[in-house]
Design a protein around this ligand. Sequence first.
Ligand code: DAH
Length: 344
Amino acid sequence: MQEKLLKLKQEILNQLESIKQADVLRDLEIKYLGRKGELTKILRSVADLSVEEKKTLGKLANEIKIELVDKFAEAKAGLEKTAGADYVDATLPGVEIKAGHLHPITIIQNEIEDLFASLGFMALDGPELESDYYNFTALNIPPYHPARDMQDTFYINPSSAKASEGKHELLMRTQTSPMQIRAMQKYGAPIKCIVPGRCFRSEATDVRHEHTFYQVEGLMVDENINFSHLKAILEVLGKKLFGPETVFRMRPKFYPFVEPGSNGEYSCFLCGGKGCRLCKGTGWLEIVGCGMVHPSVLKAGGVDPKKYQGFAFGYGLDRLAMLKYGINDIRLFHSGDLKFLKQF
Ligand code: DAH
């Protein structure tokens, strides 16, 4: 019996060596180690042996079984490894390559650029780090003018000698309006341009205020430009943004760089002007600051106010995106929160 056992073991080991397929391996395991397997049968027959034989043969049979179970496990692991290396299951779904998409503010910006391009306006880009002169003084807001208080910002190099006298040369622009001056200086009159861009203010942030936000500036300067040109352009903008039924109205408002200045309002697109939560019951949405360019501003841009007139306007892109998409917290725009961004 001992001989028989050793022979069987060798036979099994020989066969194991040449196996290349998992199902053949499984069949072999069943054939020898399964419930009715050959080795199992021998192990069972040990029970009928004499006590003396049981001791030696029983021990040997068990040892052989343990050894073979290990060898089968080893062979199985070996086959799985090589199978993984060169086997490709072409029926499995592929790995999706995720494409990014535009930020909601960029979507609105693109729409506005397209509209104004169709009206013959060029789109300009300006510096975010701006000089005090362009951001304020050239726009008819001299040092110590109270209008500066409305637009506190981040000043650069505050320890320089001039800064200690209250004069800061460089700051993060609070508005896109300084590009009115730069554009007139560079291109002269006549000119039609818009300037979308990032602006900054030292704000205590909340759902409606951010230290970083976006504006679009508009400027048109030519001979014989008057208020009706301004109104027509802003009416077109409103219909494009909020739909063809939109009504536009203007109410007087002070901005130092325009005279007269105005606040442009659109009929509320949500309630059609009846009054709702969005328009705070008024039926109107305050969207755009605008007016006829102040003669001092034309002069600062190198344009003769006796020959040319112009209008300018400016509004917040964040506010438009919030209205359009029903976003209730401006801070979401810069949060980098994918749960928010993936909705657009
Ligand atoms: N720059 C102004 C602001 O940030 C908005 C503005 C008002 C721009 C009137 C203009 C304008 O060009 O004419 O509040």
